[in-house]
Design a protein around this ligand. Structure first.
Ligand SMILES: [Zn+2]
Length: 92
């Protein structure tokens, strides 16, 4: 029992997720600030450039953050950085 992790809100066992909240309470309790929202969208945009096959999936997440336009903007501004990185990774 010493390693049991309980949801910080409803005390449901969340040990398997090593999470602070269970999924239900996450939806009710977690709010993000604007700066965090933008950082998340930037991370999603960069990931979409590295993993083009994930674009649809990542676009849907961006929609949940009401940030499709910002997501697309970050994809444009990060495109050259990401391609430079991947050239480096491939040794060119
Ligand atoms: Zn909970």
């Amino acid at each position: 029992m010493e390693n049991t992790i309980l949801c910080a809100n409803c005390n449901q066992d969340v040990s398997n997720d090593t999470a602070l909240f269970c999924a239900e309470c996450w939806n009710k309790n977690v709010t993000i600030e604007e700066g965090e929202r933008q950082t998340t969208l930037l991370a999603l945009a960069e990931l979409s450039l590295r993993r083009p096959g994930w674009l649809d999936h990542l676009e849907r997440i961006a929609d949940k953050f009401s940030g499709r336009k910002m997501f697309n903007g970050f994809r444009e501004t990060s495109a050259d950085i990401i391609s430079r990185d991947s050239r480096h990774e491939h040794g060119n």
